[in-house]
Design a protein around this ligand. Structure first.
Ligand SMILES: *Cc1c(COP(=O)(O)O)cnc(C)c1O
Length: 342
């Protein structure tokens, strides 16, 4: 505040450099929020001539709406693919069948904080010459064989919405990539399409990262790994102690590949379970109550059927999860769950 410099200054620069080091990409471009970060990636590909309106982008059917909006916002066509019921991540065995001549990219989403990337997805993208884009809004700090999510594909969108694992004091987002041209175009379209003051190369928008948010993020980034470790402690406690056979806890193959932005359980009588927990003083959330293809904003999809996606939306419940949660609090939740009879 004393500097009197509010946009595109030292704080942005410092955060972008530190976040690039943390994620392991050459470039980080800060922007206004996570949805914009994803929008700018596809917008840049369109401006670069890599994609054209009408081209198709494969995306998991059970993702948060933002991943899909980022595609349709650019005149591209989202092609929904079912997730695996075990991991809730895009089912890599179903991607190839969805590829057509117009497919230009696969947008994977590290949903709930678990890595969605697989070698198979990467091989398919190479085989069909597709861009691999990551939605890393829920998975900062998540690793695949030692590499961070957000550095595994051609570009990634990150959200720093306050509730995310790395959250600002308001809205903020970023794009990470090793592609110099992409980084440059993203920075330009997010700043009115301008590289030089009052000269406009693209019809851009105002989607810059505030200095104050960058400063906050740079401080909080130093604690991110510690926070993730605390989340994992809660997750481990839940997984080891929830014994009620009517409740399905997440499958964690690799503890480095999950940062537990959200701790999901599934239960056939989800709504009853949620009411029981609420009545006993435990707040839970559903991620998410209505799948994208059943939303009014995509009414052309309302009659489509994605049974696994629909099952997840009917059975999913997110338990309390945060780095400041105590073992005592986790124990209260577990005891309630284990005592629940459906
Ligand atoms: C939060 C989120 C976004 C969007 O981020 P905002 O900063 O809220 O715009 C995108 N994708 C996923 C999966 C998210 O959870």
């Amino acid at each position: 505040m004393d500097s009197g410099w509010y946009l595109q200054g030292k704080e942005d620069e410092n955060f972008e450099a530190d976040y690039a080091r943390y994620i392991g990409t050459k470039y980080v471009v800060g922007c206004a929020n996570g949805l914009d970060a994803l929008i700018w990636i596809f917008r840049a590909y369109v401006e670069m001539g890599v994609m054209q309106p009408g081209d198709e982008v494969i995306v998991p059917a059970n993702t948060y709406i933002a991943s899909i909006l980022a595609i349709s916002e650019n005149g591209l066509k989202p092609i929904l693919v079912e997730p695996s019921i075990k991991t809730y991540q895009i089912d890599d065995s179903k991607i190839e069948a969805a590829i057509t001549e117009r497919t230009k990219a696969v947008l994977i989403v590290h949903l709930y904080g678990q890595c969605a990337y697989t070698d198979k997805i990467s091989e398919l993208c190479k085989k069909y010459n597709l861009k691999l884009v990551e939605d890393n809004a829920q998975a900062h700090g998540c690793k695949f064989n030692g590499r961070k999510t957000g550095s595994l594909g051609d570009a990634a969108g990150h959200s720093f919405y306050p509730g995310k694992n790395l959250g600002a004091f308001g809205d903020a987002g970023a794009v990470t990539t090793d592609d110099e041209e992409l980084a440059k175009v993203v920075r330009t379209v997010a700043n009115y399409g301008s590289q030089k003051k009052y000269i406009f190369k693209y019809c851009g928008r105002n989607s810059r990262l505030d200095e104050i948010q960058a400063a906050v993020l740079d401080v909080k980034l130093k604690r991110l790994d510690e926070d993730i470790a605390l989340r994992k402690k809660v997750a481990k406690y839940y997984i080891e102690h929830i014994t009620n056979p009517d409740i399905v806890t997440p499958i964690v193959k690799d503890w480095n590949a999950h940062v537990f932005h959200i701790f999901t359980i599934r239960c056939k009588k989800r709504d009853e379970l949620q009411k029981y927990l609420t009545d006993n003083g435990v707040q839970t959330i559903i991620h998410y109550p209505i799948p994208p293809h059943k939303q009014k904003c995509y009414k052309e999809w309302n009659k489509l059927s994605f049974p696994i996606t629909e099952q997840i939306h009917e059975e999913e419940l997110s338990l309390p999860m945060s780095p400041v949660m105590t073992e005592e609090e986790a124990k209260t939740v577990v005891n309630l769950l284990n005592r629940w009879e459906n």
